[in-house]
Design a protein around this ligand. Sequence first.
Ligand SMILES: Cc1cc2nc3c(=O)[nH]c(=O)nc-3n(C[C@H](O)[C@H](O)[C@H](O)COP(=O)(O)OP(=O)(O)OC[C@H]3O[C@@H](n4cnc5c(N)ncnc54)[C@H](O)[C@@H]3O)c2cc1C
Length: 235
Amino acid sequence: MSFFQDMFSIFKKRELSFIESRKESEDVYSFLFERDKDLTWKAGQYGLFSITHKTIKNPTKPFSLAAAPTENIVKITTRISDDPSDFKKALLELKQEMKVKMSGPVGSFYLQDNSPTLLIAGGIGITPFRSILKQLEAEGNHDGKQRKLLYLDGKKSYIFKNELDEMANHPSLTVTYLDSRDDLHQEIDTFNTLYKNNGKYFIAGPKSLVDSISTHLQNNQISKRNIKKDAFFGY
Ligand SMILES: Cc1cc2nc3c(=O)[nH]c(=O)nc-3n(C[C@H](O)[C@H](O)[C@H](O)COP(=O)(O)OP(=O)(O)OC[C@H]3O[C@@H](n4cnc5c(N)ncnc54)[C@H](O)[C@@H]3O)c2cc1C
């Protein structure tokens, strides 16, 4: 069913009007766009964004929708290095009311049930989780189920930290900030010991990290069907 929904929405391209960009840390920026009335998504999904104001190689890239549907805005957040790709240079050139195209939303990286859930973010992989947690907050976290976010960032820049700390005031959410893989594995194993295959495991971030955590979980008897992955390439 969701495959057909994705196929349908991937062909639906819409123009989004740029509002502003924000610097989240030394090399991470958010780009905000107006949201059409008929555009909605499930928190955690992504869109395919295309540059249209100039011709570049590879003008279309996937980005998680970092805002919750209830926030009434389209937001993408990305890391931009000193030597950025043409796509990211073009993002930085956007001025108010300039357009990009978006198709989607697509993907199945969203909460589907009320199982205890471990959310594992590697660096910029925090983007879909910001949306998921903002949406839960807007809905009042009423189901009372335990959710734990493990946020690994070797540089300790932890974008969205203030917002996450505020959301973690709710008893059903714990946020743990980590800067080493060993500590991350330890935290994962603690959750795994408690919940095993009664839990759900979401992993987002650079592809190499996502693959290695997924392998670690499977080596610890977590079934593939309880693991959801958003692997960002290009990092
Ligand atoms: C489901 C999904 C969700 C995603 N969500 C996000 C998200 O929320 N945020 C996010 O940041 N990414 C996300 N990504 C990854 C994203 O689509 C890009 O692949 C990633 O941001 C790298 O983009 P890039 O343009 O820097 O990549 P690439 O073009 O692959 O470039 C990688 C690196 O190569 C170098 N490079 C490339 N072209 C040039 C050039 N012309 N000149 C000089 N140097 C160059 C740069 O150093 C650049 O950093 C997601 C991917 C998937 C599949």
